[in-house]
Structures are given as structure tokens and as C-alpha cells.
Design a protein around this ligand. Sequence first.
Ligand code: SAM
Ligand code: SF4
Length: 407
Amino acid sequence: MTTTLPLLPARPPADDDLPAGAREHLTTTPFGLYVHVPFCATRCGYCDFNTYTSDELGPGANRAEYAGTAIAELSRAARVLGPDLPTVSTVFVGGGTPTLLPAEDLAAVLAAVRELFPVAADVEVTTEANPESVTPASLATLRAAGFTRLSLGMQSAAEHVLAVLDRRHTPGRAAQAAREAAAAGFEHVNLDLIYGTPGETDADWAASLDAVLAAPVDHVSAYALIVEDGTRLARRITRGELPMPDDDVLADRYVQADTTLRGAGFDWYEVSNWSRGDAARCRHNELYWANANWWGIGPGAHSHVGGVRWWNVKHPAAHAGRLAAGESPLADREVLDDADRALETVMLGLRLRDGLPLTALSAAGRLRAADAVARGLLDPAAHDAGRAVLTDRGRLLADAVVRDLTD
Ligand SMILES: C[S@@+](CC[C@H](N)C(=O)[O-])C[C@H]1O[C@@H](n2cnc3c(N)ncnc32)[C@H](O)[C@@H]1O
Ligand code: SF4
């Protein structure tokens, strides 16, 4: 049953005005919940995520009230999607720094998910965390509440690199936090790394990888440093205080990461993600990459249900105000047509270890795929078997291959 509320004329469509077609496969498509926590103690100079350092953001948007606001949006989501609700297979609490909230607040959000939605017995529940913002006690509370996976932003083990990135933790703290998470009983622990930071040497990167491997983790995400417009990092580079990350260095660092991680029993399953065995993959991210369904809770959060994509108003005060008034927090939405969906399938699927069937490509894309095989970017045996799968060299140029095959 679709619930429809009257809309104010000047407003974009609300989240509860879901087109009937979007619900068609609702209960048979994997479904995840993302909960955005838009707070950080300080802003890192490279980061352009929707996060705020002030705790004076307005009613419902301050840290102490935020869990209540997130729960209000969760009950709205359950009302809009009901009465035949999809079973939640993954929950991902991200940020920002979710662990700036008391662990009890994150536990309350998860308890609300369980009250409002059917939840799979093997649900994966991740929270992101900054290494300095967890303690053995907070981790024990999160684990007891049902969190199964911890994703820590380590970025580097080199003190001078952490300083350029404006990180607050000391070099050994991320691995220590991973040990604390393992001791608290977390099933899966991930460390995020960034490579290519100005001033980082090959030896720094090797030391960061070694520090990861010495920690009890079964998942690693390694990202090339992206210089985002409007960040302090971008301004420092423009002023000539720091050099721009060099593409050749980035490629070398990627190869170094892949070689080291593979040597230690990790394997890539998406261009920037490695796991120790398939059971350690992040199922929530896999749900995004498979274009399944998810509802994003929180300011600026994006959702996708059955080809309808929408995103919430960006500022926490506007988001909380809408919910307090019983209104949709949606900023805008788009309905994807078949061509959009086909394009997304290729863009996401090509970055996966399994690649995608050649039939997912356009006729022009299939011709270019043959050319990419000749250039060593796509695997010839997989191509013969009807799939587009990146080679090791292709992974280094993944963005370019995606552009080439989708143009
Ligand atoms: C948005 S953060 C949230 C997690 C947590 N606040 C933290 O930073 O540890 C998730 C990850 O995105 C990555 N990230 C953020 N901005 C980036 C950038 N400009 N370039 C590369 N990676 C970035 C970092 O590795 C970070 O751990
Ligand atoms: S702690 Fe994480 S989310 Fe916060 S500013 Fe730094 S990178 Fe961004």
C-alpha cells in the first residue's frame, strides 16, 4: 500500500510519494540502511564530507539530540516502505565520526532499527570510527548492542603524514583500536588507508601496510588521496605550500599495497578494497555496488529504492526541523531511466573483481572492451568467457577504463 501525503506546491516530491514501480521488488531485493552522523571533533584538511565541528547546530541537530532525530527518520522510513517491509540485511553508520556520539546513542539507533524493521539473522552492522574516539568500554557497548563490524580511519602510520592530513591520532593508535575491537568480540575489523599524501615516501607507505598487517583486521580499504575543491588541502596546494599528488607515485603505491596485501592473504574484491576471504567483504558496500535498495538516514544522506534516487537536505538543522514538523527531509530526487541504470551497472560492476557480463555494455562499449583486452586492461580469458574483468594493469586505470566503456 502506497501512503501519499498532500504536498506543498513549492516543495519537491516527498520521500513518501514513492512511485508504485519502485516497490515492485522491494521485499526480494537486498535492503540496507545507512545512518549518517554529521559530527567531527575537527575537520581534516582533505575532507569534504557533510560533517560539522560545532555542537551548536540547532534543535534536534546537536549531538545530544541527534540519535532521536535519526530514530524519527527511521520510523518515517518504515512507515513509507510498509506495510510489507524489506528485511534489513546491512546497517552502516558512517560519518563524520559516529563514535563522537555516546555508544549508548548508537545502540539506541540500532535498537530502533530492530523495532521498526524485520532484520536478517546474519545482519552486518558496521560503524565507522576514528581511532581516538573509541575505548575498550565503548567498543564493548557497541558489540553488546549488535554491531558486528568496525571500520577505523587509520590513513597512515607515519606521524608526518598524519600531520599533513590533520589527523588527531598518534601513529600506533589505529592498530591498538583494532586490537581493542577484536578483544571486544567484533567479527570484522577494517582499517582505511590513504596513499599519496604530499611528503609520504615509499618507506612510509610500506610501514603503514606493515602496521595494518600486524593488526587483527580482515579488511583494508586503501584510497588515493583526492584533492577535493574547496578544502584546506586544495588551498595549500594552490598556494604552493604542498605539491599535488603525483599520478605515477599513486600507481606505484597501489601496486605496493596490492602486492603486500596479497602476500599476506588478502585479495581485492573491489578496486580499493581487500578482504581476507569472501566472508570478510563489506556486504553493505556490495549492496551499493549491486545497485540494490537502501535508505539513507541523516542530513545529506542518499537513498535508492527501485530506480528512484533521492537525497536529504544537507544541513543538520534543516534536516531535524523537517522531521520535527512531520515533513519529509528530502531535498530532491531523480527517477533513473533504463539508460541511467545500465550506465550505473557498468560503472559500479567494472570495479569489482568479478567484473560484469559483456552483455551489460552497449554495442560501442563491447567494441571498446575488445580494444581494452588488446591494451592489457581487460582479462582475455574472462573476455572469451563473456565478461569484462579488469587486469592488474586495468585496475590502475580503472576510472579511465570505465569512462572508455561507457562513453
Ligand atoms: C568520511 S571518512 C569517515 C570515517 C572517519 N571519520 C575517519 O575519517 O576516520 C571515511 C574514509 O574516507 C576516506 N577519505 C575521506 N576523504 C578522502 C579524500 N579526500 N581522499 C581519499 N580518501 C578520503 C578516508 O580514508 C576515511 O577514512
Ligand atoms: S574525521 Fe573523517 S569525516 Fe571527519 S573530517 Fe576527518 S576524514 Fe572527514
